[in-house]
Design a protein around this ligand. Sequence first.
Ligand code: UD1
Ligand code: UDP
Length: 372
Amino acid sequence: MKKLLLVFGTRPEAIKMAPVIKEFQKYPSEFDVKVCVTAQHRQMLDQVLEFFEIVPDYDLNLMRPNQNLYSITCDVVMSVKGVLEEFNPDYVFVHGDTTTSTATAIAAYYARTKIVHVEAGLRTYNKYAPYPEEMNRQLTGRLTDIHLSPTTRAKENLVSERIPAEDIYITGNTVIDALLYSVEKVERLTDNDEINMLKEICGKDEIIAITGHRRENFGDGFIHICDALKEIALKFPKIRIIYPVHLNPNVQEPVYTLLAGIDNISLIKPLEYPAFVWLMKRCKLIITDSGGVQEEAPSLGKPVLVMREVTERPEAVEAGTVHLVGTDKDKIVNEVTTLMTDSLKYNQMAECINPYGDGLASKRILELFRNL
Ligand code: UD1
Ligand code: UDP
């Protein structure tokens, strides 16, 4: 019996780890699976756990209002230490590039426990973009024993860093597993409060969906983003902008200060995952700095404008469904104007391609561990 500990703390990690947990849990005679949440996020994590019906075995409850990188790192290392001592797993699974993942990898390495990195090998090679995620994933990569890469490109990055190729497996991205599960579940939901609320807000309008939370955009970046959204709202009064605002106070403050009270901008609280999936399907266009949304939207045939200078997810940019627009106000407004007025260009971007997976990533991960 292999003892697996899956550790995560934020909304995107929970969404992307959920399908992996569900797969392993189907085989209790082969795997002793325990889930540990650091709760680096609280509300935004809990809604995902509830949707996927995951009950953590360990809940470290670490989130503090306006927390900082130092305190999250220290708290995760110290708290995960206790879990490792109690459960003594064979493998610790971490995901992606959050501070929860890197601090957990450090704790697991100190305990000489094997580390499995889900979504391994994404890189910009720019230390401060995204910050601190680029260094988080590089550091986690150095400590990892088994690398689960979503794409060939991600594997190539690791090989170029002298990670042995035999330790790297291309699995596809588990976010597509989560997305397909959710799309199907959303279609069966008849009475969901958030989706009902969205239907009312949307009416028959064309919708632009927005998300944003990156640390490198705090300050001037968010001010320029809000200025751009304001200009788009004035230029296209018949279009509705729906913006579920991330709970980070560094996002809430500028967004509510600069955008509240504009008729065709709806600022709402972060949506639960099924409602956000509904919104992605319903909208015409997405503007975001999110990593996960860049992967999901192409699967739903939605053009994405990414408010970042660089991306670790070049596959969709090369395929043409994602454009990088940074946080330059004019660039954002011009790109939106093109997509809203030029149906040929819109259709070229909306062509449905799916470079990130086929929905079977978690099954591949399961099979890999059955055979280890
Ligand atoms: C974190 C991750 C980032 C990931 C993002 C996903 C790090 C350093 N950052 O950034 O990689 O892309 O999550 O969203 O690991 N808050 C709440 N309730 C919640 C969640 C957050 O109130 O459910 C507020 C709290 O005041 C918290 C703050 O947001 O202190 C910041 O949370 P934190 O996890 O430090 O940073 P994020 O920007 O969410
Ligand atoms: N998401 C959500 N509700 C929202 C906004 C986003 O459930 O209101 C989902 C989205 O579908 C994606 C994930 O959250 O799967 C992305 O999280 P986030 O942008 O916070 O983090 P990142 O992916 O950038 O690390």
